[in-house]
Write a protein that binds this ligand. Structure first.
Ligand SMILES: Nc1ncnc2c1ncn2[C@@H]1O[C@H](COP(=O)(O)OP(=O)(O)OP(=O)(O)O)[C@@H](O)[C@H]1O
Ligand SMILES: Cc1ncsc1CCO
Length: 540
């Protein structure tokens, strides 16, 4: 923080702050056996880069004393100090900055009272507040509350990581920095950073943390853990695009790579944990086995921590949603263990409950791949083009590639749109797959089976990537290793090519005999057959 930067907006040199790990004090949370200053010093040694003193109940004398003691320590380590709300205290100790809330003194008034080089930050909950902060001359914004938090009443103000991107976008082209705040912990920090990126590619400058450090008996370790995750994330550019350019030729490198994942499924037989609906549980488990992987259909929240250590990939399909808690916990632990998460929001447009549940789940964990039919994808994309008919789709989009490209950018994951033609996007490229058979539309749960098969290929793609590049370096800073677009392409091709072969069999007389034949053909499928029959098209 010793170097000075020119902000460009005014001609004043301001201290340059590293916002990557921003500690907000929480003296009331300290565990027994450690003082406030001991905890703070250890936290700084662990990697805290900026400190804010927040004292909601202290009187002026006490606040001043705490601020002075904090500053002495911060000075020892050359870490900037920011004072919450109290401009008089900030002035008295010549703090590096002040942090204001929306109901505190306006930024412009604070600016007129403080020395020109003072950093001013403000909490923002929506894009309009960020725009106002920018216009009033704030130096940084604290965005949130991202999650619920015990340290502040944030009722009605929880943004989730999925709403942070729209706030960050307002800062495009400015020098104003941004951190997120509200319930950030080592268990969700990577998922939060990954999810909090604007569609223009604007990423956070850091995260603000209270209880994960303040309530820790080992604040140095807590800070070190957080700091290494934040720093590693910064080196990863997202989203990835297709590494190898390809034409509409059948045997493109994309198809070859995607099809070859079937070898990895058969070689490793990964465990595929599926929380799915009661209609398709059995056929999905059999499809998994036919491919050469192992299914486990477990729903209790109490076993998710253990299961996500062992699983290769997680499928969450809320077709007959009864208990959200297992889904929340499963996704959280899958993210923590860097396992791919495939989300199938079956019938999400059908009821208000499903729409709210989808938002809650997607804010709590980060999906690697979201798969749905036109009605489901339309609901997630806030489109009015396609209407839901229960769990079935009632129509198609005029421009499917554009709908899913935008949704992939917004949701920070791969989108699979199923239908007569299946479309897949990573936010930049779109692949259209023309395989499949109309009988798939005549059995229930073909879309659900597609989710299962895609999850199986996602597990294989992660294994391929770790095997090829080595666990440590490749996983660091990333939620999931591997190219999940390839996994989705492989999964869609496997099911649709198997469906064509099954439908052509003499013993298949209709949808009743088609389903077991489909399971048979998934079992007999080879990468060569997939490559031979694949009909793919790329949209840039
Ligand atoms: N008429 C068709 N021709 C070719 N393929 C089809 C056809 N109908 C469905 N499919 C294939 O079936 C798979 C499932 O897609 P679909 O859009 O039918 O799922 P869904 O509506 O979610 O199904 P469900 O709700 O029954 O699980 C996709 O891979 C798609 O390509
Ligand atoms: C019919 C049905 N109802 C809830 S889930 C499901 C399976 C197909 O999506």
């Amino acid at each position: 923080m010793t170097s000075m930067q020119n902000t460009g907006r005014s001609q004043v040199s301001k201290p340059e702050i590293d916002y990557s790990l921003y500690l907000v004090s929480g003296r009331e949370l300290l565990p027994e056996g450690i003082t406030y200053l001991e905890s703070l010093e250890q936290a700084i040694q662990g990697g805290v880069t900026v400190v804010q003193v927040r004292e909601k109940n202290a009187d002026t004398g006490e606040f001043l004393k705490i601020a002075q003691e904090t500053q002495e320590l911060c000075n020892k380590y050359n870490v900037p100090l920011i004072i919450n709300d109290r401009i008089d205290i900030a002035l008295a100790i010549r703090a590096t900055g002040v942090h204001l809330g929306q109901t505190d003194m306006p930024v412009s008034v604070a600016r007129s009272l403080l020395p020109a080089e003072t950093i001013i930050g403000i909490s923002c909950n929506n894009p309009e507040q960020v725009e106002k902060a920018l216009n009033e001359g704030a130096d940084y914004v604290g965005l949130g509350a991202v999650y619920g938090t015990a340290t502040k009443d944030v009722t009605g103000k929880i943004t989730g990581p999925r709403n942070v991107g729209a706030m960050l976008e307002k800062l495009d082209g400015s020098n104003v920095k941004a951190v997120v705040i509200g319930g950030i912990k080592s268990s969700n920090v990577l998922r939060t950073l990954h999810g909090s990126v604007s569609t223009t590619g604007h990423v956070l400058d850091g995260v603000a943390v209270v209880s994960d450090i303040a309530a820790s008996k080992t604040p140095k370790d807590a800070a070190h853990n957080l700091s290494s995750i934040v720093k590693a994330f910064k080196h990863v550019s997202l989203p990835s695009s297709l590494a190898t350019p390809f034409s509409t030729q059948v045997s493109s490198p994309l198809v070859e790579h995607a099809a070859a994942l079937l070898y990895i499924v058969r070689k490793h037989g990964p465990l595929i944990h599926q929380i799915t609906n009661t209609v398709v549980t059995n056929q999905s488990a059999n499809a998994t086995l036919a491919l050469g992987a192992s299914p486990i259909m477990a729903t209790s929240p109490h076993e998710m921590e253990d299961l996500q250590k062992a699983t290769g990939a997680l499928l969450i399909n809320f077709g007959t949603i009864a208990d959200k808690e297992g889904m929340l916990q499963a996704g959280k632990f899958a993210n923590l263990n860097k396992k791919p998460v495939v989300f199938d929001p079956v019938g999400v447009g059908a009821t208000a409950y499903r729409r709210a549940a989808a938002k809650e789940l997607m804010n709590f964990w980060q999906a690697s791949i979201i798969k749905g039919n036109a009605a489901e994808i339309g609901t997630l994309a806030d489109s009015v083009e396609v209407q839901a008919k229960g769990v079935d789709s009632g129509g198609s989009f005029e421009n499917p590639p554009e709908v899913i490209r935008q949704l992939a950018q917004k949701e920070r994951c791969i989108i699979v749109l199923s239908g007569v033609t299946d479309y897949i996007s990573n936010g930049s490229d779109v692949v259209a797959l023309h395989n499949g058979h109309p009988l798939l539309g005549q059995i229930t749960g073909s879309g659900c089976m597609l989710g299962t098969v895609v999850a199986t290929f996602a597990a294989a793609e992660r294994l391929r990537s770790l095997e090829k590049e080595g666990t440590g370096s490749n996983e660091e800073g990333r939620l999931v290793s591997g190219d999940m677009l390839l996994a989705a392409v492989g999964g869609v091709l496997a099911l649709t090519v198997a469906s064509e072969i099954a439908a052509a069999r003499k013993d298949v007389k209709g949808s009743g005999t088609f389903l077991p034949a489909l399971i048979d053909e998934l079992g007999r499928l080879t990468p060569e057959v997939i490559i031979d029959r694949a009909k793919v098209e790329l949209f840039h």
